[in-house]
Design a protein around this ligand. Sequence first.
Ligand code: AMP
Ligand code: MG
Length: 330
Amino acid sequence: MKSDTTSGNAPVTRDPAVAAATLRAGRLVAFPTETVYGLGASVAHPEAVARIFAAKGRPAGHPLIVHGADAGILDRYGRDVPAAARTLAGRLWPGPLTLVVHRSSAIPDAVTGGRDTVGLRVPDQPLALAMLREAGAGVAAPSANPFGRTSPTTAAHVAADLGDRVDLILDGGPCGVGLESTILDLTTVPPTVLRAGGLPAELLEEALGGAVRRTASGPARAPGMLPAHYAPSARVVVADDPASAVAEALAAGRRVAVLAGTPPAGLPRAVATLVPADPGTEGYARALYDLLRRADALGVQVVVAVPPPAGGLGDAIRDRLRRAAADQAG
Ligand code: AMP
Ligand code: MG
C-alpha cells in the first residue's frame, strides 16, 4: 500500500455511534480521551488489533491498554482482581489511570504481546464513553502516533500523523489532560507505578491509604516504556535555567526555542518561546505535545525545555521531557 504520512485522508466524525459501528466491523478508529488520542480496535477482532501495530510501526511485544465504558471491564477482562483495584476503579474511574491486573481468556494474545496481565482503563471523555458503551467489546488502544513520536492531543495531530492508516477519526476536540495515563501494576504488593501520568501518584496513595512503589526515576519497568520516546524532530535539552543551553545552541548556529510553563525573561530576540495558554502545571501538561509539534512546524532545531517543579502532574511532565531529550542520545 502506498504510504504518505502527510495525506491525512481518513474520514472524520463527531458521532460516537458511527465510531462504535466502525469498531464492531473490525476496523480502526482514532478516538479522543482526556489523556491523548488513542488508535483503537475491538478486542473481539484480533486481526484489527494486529493492524494497530502495523499502523504505528510498533514492536509486537508492547502491550496495549484496553478501554471500556465502566468498571465492569475489571471482571470481564481481568482475573483474580485484587480489592485495591476495585477501590481505585470505584474512586478514580473514569480517569487517567490504567490498572494492570491478570488477564481473563477474553483478552487475545495480540493485545498483551502474550503477557499474562492486561492494562485496563475507563477514560473520562464523553464521546469516548458513548463510543465504548456501544462498541460491544473492550477497545484496545495505544496512543495514535507513529512509534516513538509525540502523542496526539487533537484530531488534526492524528490526521497529520496517521490519517492514511486509520479508517475513521472521532473528533472530540483537544484533550483535557494532555499526558498519557498513569499505569499502576496491581499484581505486585505494594502496587507499582509503571509510568507516571495524568493521575498523580499522591492521589493513588490517598485513595489506597498506603504507599505505592514508584519507578519514575528508576529503570523503565513497563514494557514499551523506553528511555527514548515522545520526541519531536528538534533536539530537546532539559534545563532549569535555560540561559547557557540557549547561548550554546545559538553559538552553534542553531534555531532555538525555549519551552516553559511561564514566559522566560531575558532571552535573545532570535529565540522563540513556547508557552502554554493556561497557567500552572495542568496548563503545561495540556499544551506540552502541541508545543513540541509547534517547534517542529517552526523549523526549530533545538528546544530548551524548562521543567515544572517535581510532584503531582509535574512528575509526569518531567518524565516526558526526559524521554524526549533521551531520543537524541539513542
Ligand atoms: P500507550 O497507550 O501508547 O502509552 O501504550 C500503552 C502502554 O501501556 C504500553 O507501552 C505499556 O507501557 C503499558 N501497558 C499496557 N499493558 C500493560 C501490561 N499488561 N503490563 C505492563 N504495562 C502495560
Ligand atoms: Mg504511546
